[in-house]
Design a protein around this ligand. Structure first.
Ligand code: AMP
Length: 131
């Protein structure tokens, strides 16, 4: 069965998309630890991040770099942190979070409760800065 992220990529499940190309897709995490918390996923469904091919690992990092630049241009932060966990969703993905200190990217932190209009505005802002 297709993962929830494959179903998002296919448009079967809605998401707050920020960017995509032919191989990678970026959208807002629905349980964000910060405004601007984005997930970057390969369209090719692979469960474990380090089972991605070397080419895919290089490709997803290059794509994530562009998304990180868009997040950094959208939200005040020192830098954009990166985390790979993959315990909850068996489809390789990178968490990108704007941070000023390391503890802000801890996925055990309380999640923000945002209205759909806020998610939409955040996704639109990041998408507008994506190059
Ligand atoms: P993990 O697999 O541990 O890296 O966590 C999966 C992440 O995916 C969590 O931060 C969830 O909030 C996020 N997530 C799960 N389902 C969705 C969804 N439908 N849209 C956006 N984010 C999701």
């Amino acid at each position: 069965m297709a993962s929830i992220f494959s179903r998002i990529i296919a448009g079967e499940i809605p998401s707050y998309k920020v960017a995509e190309d032919d191989k990678y897709f970026a959208f807002l995490d629905i349980n964000p630890v910060a405004k601007g918390h984005v997930l970057v996923v390969p369209k090719h469904e692979v469960d474990y991040f380090f089972d991605l091919s070397n080419e895919e690992l290089g490709g997803i990092m290059a794509f994530a770099k562009r998304v990180a630049a868009a997040i950094k241009a959208s939200f005040p932060c020192n830098r954009v942190g990166l985390s790979v966990i993959g315990i909850d969703v068996p489809h390789a993905h990178i968490h990108l979070v704007p941070i000023t200190k390391g503890s802000e990217i801890n996925m055990s932190n309380p999640k923000l409760k945002l209205e759909s209009t806020e998610f939409e505005a955040i996704a639109k802002l990041i998408a507008s800065n994506f190059k």
